[in-house]
Design a protein. Sequence first.
Length: 371
Amino acid sequence: MKVQFLIPVFILISLSYAAAQDALQILPGDAYIELVPDGGFSLWIKAKDGIGSIMLTDSSRDPDGREDSFTLRSFDYNEVNGNEKRLLNGEFLDSEKGYYFLIDSTTERSPVFEEEAFRIYVPETVTYGYPWSREGQLAIGRGSWLNIRAFEKPFGDYDGLYRDNPFILNMKELPPLPPVPMEVEEEEGVFDEMASRTEGEFNIAEDGDDAVDKIADLLDRTPGPDIDLVLVVDTTVSMKDDVSFIRNKLVPIVKTKIASFEEFRIGLVLYRDYKEEYLTRHFQFESDLSIVQGRLNRITVAGGRDLPEAVYEGLYDAVENFDWKASSRLIIQVGDALPHEEPRGAITKEMVFDEARALGISIFPILLPAE
């Protein structure tokens, strides 16, 4: 899937230089990313007259000149940019020391633009700076700030003009795109497997509002006399609007449904992905819906490095870390992204399905449209 950047957040360029540097401006339609199966992505930027090279930095330059910005670097060599040269103060920096800068001075034909473009491979984690100055590491994903510095000359040569073009990485689809029915079928197949192998049910929702309505319908069809329910929710940044619906609407609807049950307990699992603030986070069963509402109110969304998320990890947390007792045992998973096709940690889908069946737990995935 091809994805692009949102609008620039800010441009730290004084008006006196803006006209002279228009040729170095990069607009949202000039850039898109192409996900790489092994992780990371390729950043493609249209080649324009006046741009001799492209380089990624950790932030926009401090307008007061007190804080330097540093070029982002890969930890490892890659075939896309591993041999690209960088010129600083009239000298080429030594790549043999492991300084694999995210820079490109050579163009190639872009499969989307169908014209010449710069291309930089961006791994999931990058580094910047040096031990004798400011240094650090960055995890690159949705919500990350990237500064694309465009140079008049090749090799990132500051002897010519240059311009900063800050963007937020948002993973929006690049319009117009051809239909992708195979990808839709793939998504439905993955979540349908979760449901069918645990005697659950797979649903597609239009948005968070519709997802809560589908949860209400599931409760109407769940037999008593008692029920244990764990809600497993994707909390990456693409879920911002959908989580708002769940936060505001779920508990009021549940209140109207629990009268038919002798006992009703609800737990909560939040999941994001590897290298995020957390992989999963769970909150134990609770019958007091005011406590459940308080937990929902504290949900925040962030991160999401790639399109797949830690779905199986969230489900496994729900299966393994709750004291399941009721006669009806449900996990309702709500998210807008596929699980990782290959395990990135110890949890596999077979572990989820085997443990769920052993405990008599049914999984009900609800798939939301991807942002």
